[in-house]
Each structure stands twice: as structure tokens, then as C-alpha cells.
Design a protein around this ligand. Structure first.
Ligand SMILES: NC(=O)c1ccc[n+]([C@@H]2O[C@H](COP(=O)([O-])OP(=O)(O)OC[C@H]3O[C@@H](n4cnc5c(N)ncnc54)[C@H](OP(=O)(O)O)[C@@H]3O)[C@@H](O)[C@H]2O)c1
Length: 314
């Protein structure tokens, strides 16, 4: 069998050798070359929509796609036949980078680095943010210590983030499809959200993009948050109703938002989010560097050849 691997990132094909498969690099921006059309396995990373559409139409014997993205919305919308092609995600390859980025956004929100930098670039001393300050004044979010952090979407990234937050002294709760205790964290189902949101200082969204998560954070749920609460989104932009978020910021219904992902990327320059004082934007910068991709590909290749169930099946 042929496995096609992308040249859009640096992979070491030697780590994939030793299996009963031939390995073929391919360009994710070009149509699949004719001599590779009998491939059974395709690894994807940052493929163009045209490349994926071409692959969906012309790779007639394709059985398995290993995306290196944790949320492979590009592959899911490319037209591959779900009856014949199994799609596996790169969940797990981005845990450390996204967890670290999330911690950075939370610290920025609490410590107000964004406002200090805003003053700095104007040549102004942000005196109101320094010197003696009330400690944990009610209705403020100024420290992660004892902050109530609710993580909505409690998968691999959340499990990596949790020890970072606990090391600082935050109280972590989770929300997912299935309730239970994970990594020592109480994870609730979504029907508990109305109560949970009321007792949240920072809501961290790490949900995948899908029909079932579209606008999961809507106007009604935003209203349930305390006025000082921050929203952090590193999952998918479609999970937040951006118009409702803007209104909530305008009306002072929430304390602020730190966003890495947006309903449409790049975020249009006319978006009011750019002008909000209490918004920190990063350009889908949390992940972007799959780590240990060869290990996941090799493990799934071994399982595929052995006819076993694959890891990270959607
Ligand atoms: N910003 C970036 O650069 C970046 C980088 C990597 C990933 N991401 C995004 O982060 C997402 C999560 O990554 P991950 O590796 O942590 O994924 P994961 O391990 O698959 O975890 C996904 C979590 O979301 C929950 N979930 C899924 N659908 C849900 C729904 N409809 N309602 C409530 N909860 C739902 C799952 O609940 P159960 O556990 O109960 O099934 C699970 O806890 C990815 O899908 C991707 O979109 C972003």
C-alpha cells in the first residue's frame, strides 16, 4: 500500500519505515500526481481546499486520512466518502503549545498586560495598573490564584492545561459531552452550564468546530457569566456567536475576551473586536506545530495494516 505524506512540514520518513507500506511525499498545494492515485493512506497538514477536493475526487482507493490538525474541518468539508474513508485527527499533537498559549491568554487577562502595552506604545505610564492595588476585590479578575476556571471541551488540550492552572492555584472545572472525573477534575455535562457559568471567573473554550458546537456560547449563556468574567477561546471560532460576544463586551456584560480563533479567519479588518479595549486577539497562533507527528502516524499505520481500530477516529 502507498501512504502519502505532506511536505508542508518537516517529517522524518525514517521514523515511518519498517512497515509493509511505501512512503511518498506530496505537495499539499498541487493536485495529487497521477502515479500516486492508488494510495490507500493520506496524511494531511495545511492542504489547500483545491488539493483536498482533488484528492477526494481522484484517490479512488483511499481508505484512511490522518490529519495532523486536532480539528480537521478542512478534511471534513472536502467531500471524502465517509463510508469508505476513515478520518483520524491530530488530537494530542498540539496539547503543549495550545495549553501554553491558553495560559498566556489567561495571565494576560488577569494581569492586564494588554492594557500596559497599549499605554507603552502611546508613551504613557499606566499608573492606574501599578502601585498598591486591592487584592482580589469582589467583581474583578486579577489573579489566577483561586480563580474559578471553567474549561468547556475537556479533551487532550484541557488535560495538559489543567496542571499548569492548578500549579498557580486556580480551581478548575470542566464541561464536555460526557460527565465524570477526568485527571482529577470534575467534568459536567452541558445541561449544568447555567449554574456553572454564574460561578466562573474565566471560561476557557476548547471545543471542536462542528454543527453541534456552532454558537455554543450564545447571548443567553454570555449573560449568565459574571460581569468581570473573561472568555478565552482556543478551540474553534464557530463555537462563539461573535456578534453576541461583541454586544456583551459593549454592554459590559463580561470582563473581556482573549481569542485565538474566529468565525472567519483572518478576522475581517472591519470587525469591532479589533477596537475593544478588553479584547486580546491572536491570529490562530496557539497550535500550528504538530509535535511527534511521526509517532502518531506510525502507530496508526501499524494498526491500519493489522486491521485494528485507529487512534483519534472522528
Ligand atoms: N487554536 C489552535 O491553534 C488549535 C490547535 C489545536 C486544536 N484546536 C482546537 O481544539 C479542539 C480540541 O482539541 P483537543 O485535542 O483537546 O480535542 P479532543 O481531545 O478531541 O477533546 C474535545 C473535547 O470537546 C468535547 N466536545 C466535543 N463536542 C462537544 C459538544 N458538542 N459539546 C460539548 N463538548 C463537546 C469532547 O467531549 P467528550 O470528551 O465528552 O467527548 C472533548 O472533551 C480541536 O477540535 C481544535 O478545533 C485549536
Amino acid at each position: 500500500m502507498k501512504l502519502l505524506y505532506p511536505t508542508s512540514l518537516s517529517l522524518d520518513p525514517k521514523l515511518l519505515e519498517g512497515y509493509n507500506a511505501t512512503l511518498h511525499p506530496y505537495d499539499v498545494k498541487q493536485p495529487i500526481p497521477d502515479d500516486l492515485l492508488d494510495a490507500e493512506a493520506l496524511v494531511t497538514w495545511c492542504n489547500t481546499p483545491a488539493n483536498l477536493k482533488d484528492a477526494a475526487a481522484r484517490l479512488k482507493g483511499l481508505k484512511w486520512i490522518q490529519s495532523l490538525a486536532a480539528g480537521p474541518n478542512d478534511v471534513l468539508s472536502a467531500g471524502f466518502d465517509p463510508n469508505t474513508v476513515t478520518i483520524t485527527t491530530g488530537s494530542g499533537l498540539h496539547d503543549h503549545t495550545v495549553a501554553e498559549h491558553t495560559l498566556g491568554l489567561l495571565l494576560t487577562a488577569a494581569r492586564k498586560f494588554h492594557l500596559m502595552r497599549d499605554s507603552q506604545t502611546q508613551g504613557k505610564w499606566p499608573g492606574n495598573l501599578g502601585g498598591p492595588q486591592p487584592d482580589k476585590a469582589p467583581g474583578t479578575f486579577t489573579t489566577l490564584h483561586e480563580a474559578r476556571i471553567l474549561v468547556w471541551g475537556f479533551g487532550n488540550i484541557a488535560k495538559t492545561l489543567t496542571p499548569y492552572l492548578r500549579a498557580i492555584g486556580a480551581e478548575v472545572k470542566g464541561v464536555a459531552r460526557h460527565a465524570g472525573v477526568r485527571e482529577g477534575v470534575q467534568v459536567y455535562s452541558e445541561d449544568q452550564l447555567p449554574e456553572l457559568l454564574k460561578e466562573t471567573d474565566a471560561l476557557v473554550m476548547i471545543l471542536p468546530g462542528s454543527d453541534s458546537t456552532k454558537h455554543a456560547l450564545n447571548a443567553e449563556r454570555l449573560k449568565s457569566l459574571p460581569k468581570h468574567a473573561w472568555v478565552v477561546n482556543v478551540g474553534r471560532g464557530t463555537c462563539i456567536d461573535e456578534a453576541a460576544l461583541n454586544s456583551a463586551l459593549d454592554e459590559g456584560e463580561i470582563g473581556g475576551a482573549a481569542l485565538d480563533v474566529f468565525e472567519k479567519e483572518p478576522l475581517d479588518e472591519s470587525s469591532p473586536l479589533y477596537k475593544q479595549a478588553n479584547v486580546v486577539l491572536s491570529p490562530h497562533a496557539a497550535g500550528g506545530r504538530p509535535r511527534g507527528a511521526e509517532g502518531l502516524i506510525a502507530e496508526n499505520l501499524r494498526r491500519f495494516l493489522a486491521g485494528q481500530g485507529l487512534k483519534n477516529v472522528i
